[in-house]
Design a protein around this ligand. Structure first.
Ligand SMILES: *[C@@H]1O[C@H](CO)[C@@H](O)[C@H](O)[C@H]1NC(C)=O
Ligand SMILES: *[C@@H]1O[C@H](CO)[C@@H](O)[C@H](O)[C@H]1NC(C)=O
Ligand SMILES: *[C@@H]1O[C@H](CO)[C@@H](O)[C@H](O)[C@H]1NC(C)=O
Ligand SMILES: [Cu+2]
Length: 234
């Protein structure tokens, strides 16, 4: 049997390594400066299709959202866009609330902002610079930020977890001590939509893509083995 196991091993391990890229974004603060601030860090994100952008609500105290908008209206929820809902946290929690988006289209910029109206100087967070973009492409983030600084921020519509170009893998993780409010989503996912109340383990919704991938790799392995088998026969 001239079964080339080293080639097979390389092919399989490279497939597994490329599994799922996770890009972390801090909401309302960063690790060097965790106090309540009106920023996303980083605010320009590059994330390929299939990767996860994991929003960590590090700012404390803080009460923020991750809400999809568009270039023309930086501080308004775009119809059909994603929306984390309100995540309020006090100081002193051992773990940050967390919300994951999976990128479904990396060819179009995904603009987002925080729709909180109440905050420092009684200004909407969007006007204070709490905006970001995933896969900016040819567009200009500084232009978006500048437009956001003066844009009307009135829309408080509750969006869903499914957005345009990115969708949540599930409800946010809400550690005990933090308070979650997402009326729109609660009614959309009821019953049992009280993802907020449990505050426990991350939703199981994150598992299927992974296990699907692993299954995919598994069948790839069988396919490769079959091909190698055929090659030795030929
Ligand atoms: C962390 O946040 C502070 C406050 O907004 C900011 O001044 C600082 O530049 C941030 N640090 C990084 C590494 O982004
Ligand atoms: C967070 O902010 C929203 C909108 O301003 C508000 O409705 C909600 O009550 C706040 N949550 C907490 C715990 O203060
Ligand atoms: C976010 O994704 C990471 C990486 O897959 C995972 O470990 C974490 O549990 C997820 N969190 C939530 C709230 O889905
Ligand atoms: Cu905010």
């Amino acid at each position: 049997m001239r079964f080339n196991s080293s080639v097979l091993a390389v092919l399989v391990s490279s497939a597994v390594v490329s599994a799922q890229q996770v890009v972390t974004v801090q909401v309302g603060g960063n690790s060097s400066s965790p106090g309540g601030f009106t920023i996303f860090t980083p605010n320009q994100i590059s994330a390929p299709k299939g990767s996860i952008v994991s929003f960590q609500f590090t700012g404390a105290p803080g009460n923020h959202t991750v809400t999809q908008s568009n270039f023309a209206n930086p501080c308004d929820p775009v119809q059909g866009g994603f929306d984390s809902g309100w995540i309020a946290r006090p100081e002193g929690l051992p773990k940050a609330p967390e919300w994951n988006l999976t990128i479904t289209d990396d060819q179009t910029p995904i603009w987002f902002y925080c729709k909180q109206l109440i905050g420092p100087n009684a200004k909407p967070h969007c006007n204070l610079g709490m905006v970001g973009v995933i896969n900016v492409g040819q567009k200009s983030f500084p232009d978006f930020q500048a437009a956001a600084s003066t844009a009307a921020a009135v829309g408080q519509t509750e969006g869903g977890f499914v957005g345009i170009g990115a969708s949540a893998t599930g409800a946010p993780f809400i550690p005990s001590g933090a308070i979650y409010a997402n009326p729109g989503q609660a009614s959309a996912t009821a019953p049992g939509g009280g993802s907020s109340a449990s505050g426990g383990a991350p939703p199981t919704g994150t598992n299927p893509p992974n296990s699907g991938f692993i299954n995919g790799a598994g069948s790839g392995l069988v396919l490769l083995a079959t091909l190698f088998g055929m090659a030795t026969v030929l």
